[in-house]
Design a protein around this ligand. Structure first.
Ligand code: HEC
Ligand code: HEC
Length: 77
């Protein structure tokens, strides 16, 4: 268990490895709403519509500090 926690922490920091395949941690995909999300690639763009403190247009995220949104939210539906 410790090892998994460490890997997750490391991955979130490094942002590089395929932790979602390893742990199965992935969120709902932006591909469910392709028109809304066309053109959004950067974390900053995502947060403009999803940051809980910014009166977001979309559902507020519980984890605005995460980096690499698309690693968890760009799966096939
Ligand atoms: C122009 C504003 C806008 C931008 C930019 C945007 N979103 Fe969204 N997003 C929305 C709206 C609005 C919805 C709600 C759609 C609905 O429920 O009809 C949504 C829904 C979502 C959902 C929920 C999907 C579901 O199935 O419940 C996730 C996850 C999400 N967005 C992530 C992201 C990520 C990651 C990015 C950056 C790549 C991003 N969004 C960029 C407006 C935006
Ligand atoms: C480590 C994987 C991971 C990363 C990175 C990540 N998310 Fe998520 N996200 C999830 C998971 C899992 C859920 C579903 C559980 C929850 O709602 O907390 C979720 C839920 C969401 C939702 C709520 C969807 C709804 O229907 O309510 C939004 C919005 C969202 N994420 C946006 C973002 C944004 C924006 C970023 C980048 C700043 C991001 N996420 C980064 C895993 C991640």
């Amino acid at each position: 268990m410790k090892r998994i926690a460490f890997c997750l922490a490391l991955c979130l920091v490094a942002g590089g490895c395929a932790y979602r395949h390893y742990l199965g941690v992935h969120g709902p995909s932006i591909r469910r709403f392709p028109e809304i999300h066309a053109g959004a690639r950067l974390d900053e763009e995502c947060l403009a519509c999803h940051h809980p403190d910014r009166d977001p247009a979309g559902p507020p995220t519980s984890h605005p500090r995460f980096r690499g949104c698309l690693k968890c939210h760009d799966d096939e539906v």
